[in-house]
Design a binder for this molecule. Structure first.
Ligand code: SF4
Length: 462
């Protein structure tokens, strides 16, 4: 397998059926392996940026602020302060003499100009090295301006992307519990881990509203500071993309006793199961309350209506795509479970699946649901992916901005399933969009002019 695989990486790749499962994961990337992973700061930014009425200030060199809203566009139904990118633009003299004064000036100026509900200050590598006291500057500015000013301890070198998720959860946890909870229904929930790409959280909110459940806080797609402040009043945390926000759910469970369930909004099966799980949760909580039965009845009606509408529409795509092969490489592996099932629904076979931040538990589950021969890979790099795609004769590759050129250079179809996408892929409607997108890419006439590269040309020497 994989001429491109470095010896030190061999235990992070598993082929189902070849040997007992023993995949190593959740460790720092191997130097020299050119990981597809983003840094700690980037991990925290992905999670927090969709909070639309907060100021997001990157304390560091201008290059760290390169991922702007235009690349990763979480939508907002109201304020759009999150679309503006701010950086303290640290330069040589700041590195020598410290950046605290510059940070303070930037915060005061930006808060006066934009009146945000809160400010998040992201720490980057150099700030960790020169030792600016973010905590002290933020505390000081918060006292002066009267809004929460929260340091995000996300120095890029201090771990992998998962550490960035933790930093984001720690930052949000400072807000939670600071708001009043009067008026929150006992049939209520927080949506965790959906970032409202292409308006997906609006679709999911609509399902919950139809079920008769109040959504207290979006964490963080189309998010608002005030909603996060009273999120501890919700009866349940519903966590998608568990890698990024499961930690926050655990912290809320410990401090406020809020239970959490893990769901996925991708594919018919998982979307339906998510809604039923929530209905079952409330029935278990309030077994004698007629409203719990009403929630279950509404859920059934909603799922039946959506599935009845969707299945015939998928048929055209299923017929054309049956037997084609797919590969998946995504940030969090929880999404990969749903994608494996979604591909099965349109009769496609997943032959490679991997993620940047999966845990052992996640990969065990992937092993259980994939077919024999499927390559399962943790923290891959372009050469490995390139090699697996050729070996397996893949027709479509699902990934993000860093995976797209790998597919196109090989003459393989591509489906963007990351934060850069502009197409809603969650929910029942999203499943149809997904099938359409895969179909358009795989069946595109462009591949007649860009012939697929074959396995023979794969080579690598360390
Ligand atoms: S300098 Fe550090 S914080 Fe900035 S992008 Fe690079 S790794 Fe991330």
């Amino acid at each position: 397998m994989g001429a491109a695989l470095l010896k030190e990486r061999e235990n992070q790749v598993h082929v189902k059926g070849e040997k007992p499962f023993n995949l190593v994961c959740n460790k720092d990337s191997l130097a020299g392996a050119v990981s597809q992973r983003a840094c700690v700061f980037c991990g925290s930014r992905v999670v927090l940026y969709p909070i639309a009425d907060a100021l997001h200030l990157v304390h560091g060199p201008i290059g760290c602020a390169v991922y702007t809203w235009d690349i990763r566009g979480a939508l907002s139904s109201g304020p759009e302060l999150h679309r503006l990118s701010f950086s303290t633009d640290l330069q040589e003299m700041d590195v020598i003499f410290g950046g605290e004064k510059k940070l303070r000036r930037a915060l005061l100026e930006l808060i006066a100009r934009h009146s945000p509900k809160a400010a998040f200050v992201y720490s980057t590598c150099i700030v960790g090295i020169i030792g600016d006291d973010l905590e002290a500057v933020c505390k000081n500015v918060a006292a002066e301006t009267g809004i929460p000013v929260i340091p995000v301890q996300s120095e890029g070198f201090k771990g992998n992307k998962r550490a960035g998720y933790q930093a984001a959860c720690d930052a949000m946890f400072r807000l939670i519990g600071t708001g009043e909870t009067a008026g929150i229904s006992k049939y209520s929930l927080n949506i965790l881990g959906d970032f409202n790409l292409a308006g997906e959280i609006w679709m999911v909110r609509e399902y919950y509203e139809r079920m008769g459940i109040q959504v207290v806080a979006n964490i963080t797609g189309d998010g608002r500071v005030d909603d996060i402040c009273w999120a501890h009043g919700a009866a349940l945390n519903v966590v998608q993309c568990s890698g990024s926000t499961m930690q926050l759910a655990k912290m809320m469970e410990n401090k406020y006793g809020t239970p959490a369930i893990r769901v996925s909004y991708f594919g018919i099966e998982d979307m339906s199961e998510a809604l039923y799980d929530i209905a079952r949760f409330f029935k278990k909580q309030y077994p004698d309350d007629p409203k719990a039965d009403q929630v279950m009845e509404r859920t059934k009606a909603l799922v039946q209506e959506k599935v009845r509408d969707l299945v015939p529409k998928l048929e055209k795509y299923r017929k054309s795509l049956a037997g084609k092969k797919a590969a998946i490489y995504v940030g969090g592996s929880f999404k990969a479970f749903s994608l494996v099932k979604a591909f099965r629904l349109i009769d496609m076979q997943v032959v490679m699946v991997g993620s940047q931040t999966g845990t052992e538990e996640d990969y065990r589950e992937l092993e259980a649901i994939t077919d024999p021969g499927t390559v399962i890979v943790d923290d891959a790099n372009p050469l490995e992916l390139n090699s697996f795609l050729k070996e397996k004769g893949v027709d479509v590759f699902v990934g993000g901005v860093k995976e797209r050129p790998i597919a196109y250079k090989l003459g393989i179809g591509f489906c963007d399933h990351n934060h850069e996408r502009k197409e809603a892929l969650a929910g029942f409607e999203g499943m149809l969009n997904f099938a359409k997108e895969v179909y358009s890419s795989v069946m595109s006439p462009v591949w007649r002019f860009v012939p697929r590269k074959e396995q023979a040309s794969a080579s690598f020497s360390a």
